[in-house]
Design a protein around this ligand. Structure first.
Ligand code: UDP
Ligand code: MG
Length: 332
């Protein structure tokens, strides 16, 4: 089995000497200085209510341009349960969560956004569901307050398309807000793919998965870190990473081309035998256009997969951590 290529071994962190906590909370943070204090208050309260003091909150700073990292460092000094991780640059939400996952050690792992769009208080409900024997409990958005119409429509379209194309059942209208068992977290850490679409990977892992429905709140402060480019990249990762449908499309196209090619061949032979040979400009032009375009489309699709293979064989670390902050004293 492959392993995540990172600059740290999975499950190692400054707290290795301690027994694993009952709960780890992973929080990707990109320009969240205004959200963090309130988020942390609500998250700590929810975690304490659920498991007492036996939890860790892993705040991953994903190359923010504001005061997020200084803020996280200050939090680690104030709250002993908080672990801060500073990525070397902006790696994107999915890799920030992956970094947090690789450092977390809790028996249960929660992934939640820092902007309070996912209510931390749902932890209680998620844990109750987990106690029924589930490996994963994910939040499904019943409504999304104050999201742009564009985002709602594109998200809806994307999830419908993904559902049709992908080989695994990736639940629609879910994000990465979820609670999972240590077993699932370990398996995620053992999947080395670079183009990560975590909600799809969790679905791919299978096991017992349950949903709880919730109303998605508006962002507490700041603005979205998910621009159009990042959204598109995530969508492409979801589609290509979990479906070979585009490849199959190329195959269908190639077969269709072959069929038409045979038809033209037979026609020209028969025409030749009957002595009706005309300067075949039309058929030549048709063939050129058809096979020309067909080849380009196929090459493009093959290229997309080749590009991903190229990235994978490089086996680069997924991210580099500059620094890890916690209230514990450095030993070196
Ligand atoms: N985020 C991140 N890196 C990025 C973009 C976003 O770690 O490059 C974090 C962000 O801080 C938040 C979560 O991912 O905790 C979801 O992002 P955001 O709220 O901006 O996206 P939206 O909810 O608008 O889809
Ligand atoms: Mg958000």
């Amino acid at each position: 089995m492959g392993m995540l290529q990172t600059d740290i071994a999975p499950g190692t962190g400054p707290r290795l000497g301690r027994a694993p906590p009952a709960l780890s909370v992973i929080v990707p943070c990109y320009n969240e200085e205004d959200c963090l204090p309130t988020f942390l208050q609500r998250m700590i309260a929810a975690a304490e209510a659920a498991v007492g003091p036996d939890f860790e909150i892993v705040l991953v700073n994903d190359g923010s341009g504001d005061q997020t990292w200084p803020c996280i460092r200050a939090m680690t000094q104030r709250y002993p349960n908080v672990l801060g991780v500073n990525l070397s640059r902006n790696h994107g939400h999915q890799l920030a969560v992956t970094a947090g996952l690789s450092l977390s050690r809790g028996d249960q792992v929660m992934v939640i956004d820092a902007d309070l769009q996912d209510p931390p208080e749902l932890l209680a409900q998620m844990r109750a569901k987990m106690a029924e024997g589930y490996d994963v409990v994910y939040g499904r958005r019943r409504s999304r307050a104050q999201e742009s119409r564009f985002k709602l429509v594109t998200a809806r379209l994307f999830y419908r398309l993904l559902m049709r194309l992908s080989e695994v059942d990736i639940p629609s209208d879910t994000g990465d807000f979820r609670l999972m068992s240590r077993r699932i977290a370990d398996k995620l850490n053992a999947m080395p793919e670079h183009d990560r679409f975590l909600r799809g990977m969790v679905a791919w892992l299978g096991g017992q998965q349950a949903e709880i429905q919730y109303d998605r709140d508006p962002r507490y402060a700041g603005k979205t870190g998910y621009g159009l480019t990042k959204m598109l990249k995530l969508a492409v990762n979801g589609l290509i990473g979990f479906s070979v449908a585009p490849l199959n499309f190329a195959v269908v196209l190639a077969m269709l081309g072959a069929l038409i090619g045979v038809g033209i061949l037979v026609y020209s032979l028969v025409a030749f035998i009957l002595g009706e040979v005309l300067p075949g400009w039309t058929s030549l032009a048709l063939m050129t256009v058809f096979f020309g375009t067909g080849q380009f489309v196929c090459l493009g699709i093959v290229g997309a997969y080749l590009g991903r293979t190229y990235m994978e064989v490089k086996q680069r670390p997924l991210f580099l951590i500059d620094e890890i902050a916690s209230s514990e004293k450095k030993t070196d």
